[in-house]
Every structure is written in C-alpha cells, then in structure tokens.
Design a protein around this ligand. Structure first.
Ligand code: ADP
Ligand code: MG
Length: 247
C-alpha cells in the first residue's frame, strides 16, 4: 500500500468532520472518493497532505508514519494535491506557475534538472501553446490543467485531486479523465480523485470509497457500489439506482 489511514478523525468543535476513517490505497491505483457536500472529503485530504493535524488516528505513506508532517514535508515525501477552489499565481505566467510546484517539490535546488522537467510536464499535458500565457485569463479547464501540471511538477508518487472536474462540460470531463489515466499509466503515479458524479467515478476508479457525515459508508469495487444497500438507502435516497445521479 502506498497510503494507509487508521482511525483518522478530525473534529471542529462538536462536529466530527471526519470520523474514524481507515482505508488504504494500493500503488498504481486510481482510487475514487465520493460523498455529499460536507461529507468530509476535503478535510480527509487536508489531513493526509499535512494541512490539518488530525484530532486522532494515523496516516502512513509507504509504511512511514507521516501523521504529524506539515504540508511542505509531505510534498517532499511525494504527495501532491490540488485544491477544490482553483487558483493560480496571477502575477506569474503558466510556465512559472508550474515552476513553483517543481521548486517546492522533490527536485528543489536542482535548477538545471528542473528546467527540463518542467518542459517534460508541459509536453506531457499538452500545454505547449500556453506556456508563456498569463495565468489570469485562462478558462476553467486550462486553469485546472495548469494546476495539475504544478502538482505533477513536484515529482509526486501520490496525486490527490479534490473535485478537479467540477464545472466542466462532458467533453472537458472526458479530456481531463484521459489525462488522469495517462498520468497513472505513463508516469506510474497513484491517483486519489474526489468527484461528485458517481457514474464518472465508477468509470475511472479501480476502487472507491463513499463517505457520508464524516463516516465511511462504502469501500470497495466501484461496479458494486450501487448494489450496496447502505449506499442506496443513505446516499441515493432509497430508490433503485438507475445511473446518471448527480451526487
Ligand atoms: N476549517 C474548518 N473549520 C470548521 N469547520 C470546517 C472546517 N473545514 C471543514 N469544516 C466542516 O467540516 C465538514 C466537512 O467539510 P469538507 O471536508 O469540506 O466536506 P466535503 O469536502 O466533503 O464537501 C463540513 O461541515 C464543513 O463545514
Ligand atoms: Mg470538498
């Protein structure tokens, strides 16, 4: 396993935003996470990547206890994440936004190597024509691809994407998913992806998890998620699942 959590919990006052969640992600997997708004998905990411210290529980990355490491340190270990609300550094062009990822990541300090590496990422994600564009006026899709590039530029082994496809058209979802699959296949990076649309998540994930009110509701085979009684009752409103639900 590349990532494992044990009883991970985060409380804000009386609210248990994430409550005793244990799960593992295998090396090379695309692992999907779904759950209603406020379920605790982003909080889970924040704990794994060192943005919030957990209230209790543990996080292991490649068997090493990283529970108390800060975000810069988890990044140097090989964990990169994107944020739900996309934001580039507006005063910098596309290239320099990606460079920031490289500068803070595992290649920090190695400037000659970094230049080639950034070009490789830009080529890999098809951003060549936007390389020297301002990052301010990019459309939503391109902004998300630039942020994906910045995350990859850290030279991560685990990439965590927090609802990256929110606001996309179906065509944009398809293109983004093909990038995610290509990242896993050709860069051999493990991907955890949060996505609202269950059908899309079922399609892209090797395994998936649903959380609800901070608690783990389902963990396992994406193909069987809609057959799970608890998922249907609690999450899909008790009706037989026919596909196409926006969760
Ligand atoms: N920093 C915070 N302080 C207080 N409450 C928070 C904080 N972050 C998240 N929450 C609360 O925790 C719950 C889970 O939020 P979040 O993890 O963002 O859910 P999701 O990403 O699944 O929509 C929500 O009720 C949210 O209001
Ligand atoms: Mg969220």
């Amino acid at each position: 396993m590349i990532l494992e959590t044990q009883g991970l919990t985060k409380t804000f006052g009386k609210l248990a935003a994430v409550n005793n969640i244990s799960f593992g992600v295998d090396e090379g997997e695309i692992f999907g996470i779904a759950g209603p708004n406020g379920a605790g998905k982003s909080t889970l990411f924040n704990m794994v990547a060192g943005f919030y210290p957990p209230t209790s529980g543990k996080v292991f990355f490649r068997q090493e206890d990283i529970t108390h490491l800060s975000a810069d340190k988890t990044c140097r270990k090989g964990i990169a994440r994107t944020f739900q609300i996309p934001s580039t550094f507006h005063t910098l062009d596309v290239y320099d936004n990606i460079r920031i990822g490289a500068t803070f990541g595992r290649m920090a300090g190695d400037h000659r190597k970094i230049d080639d590496w950034i070009d490789e990422i830009i080529d890999f994600l098809g951003l060549d024509d936007k390389k020297h564009h301002s990052s301010v006026n990019l459309d939503l899709y391109s902004t998300k691809v630039v942020l994906l590039a910045a995350a990859l530029a850290t030279d991560c082994r685990l990439l965590m994407l927090d609802e990256p496809m929110a606001g996309f058209t179906m065509a944009e979802i398809e293109s983004y998913l093909s990038l995610v699959r290509k990242i896993r296949k050709e860069m051999n990076i493990t991907v955890i992806i949060i996505e609202h649309l269950l059908d899309i998540l079922i399609d892209v994930s090797d395994r998936m998890m649903i959380i609800n009110n901070g608690e783990l509701l389902y963990l396992g085979d994406p193909e069987k998620v809609t057959e799970d009684r608890r998922v249907v009752e609690v999450y899909l409103g008790g009706k037989d699942y026919k596909g196409g639900h926006n969760v």
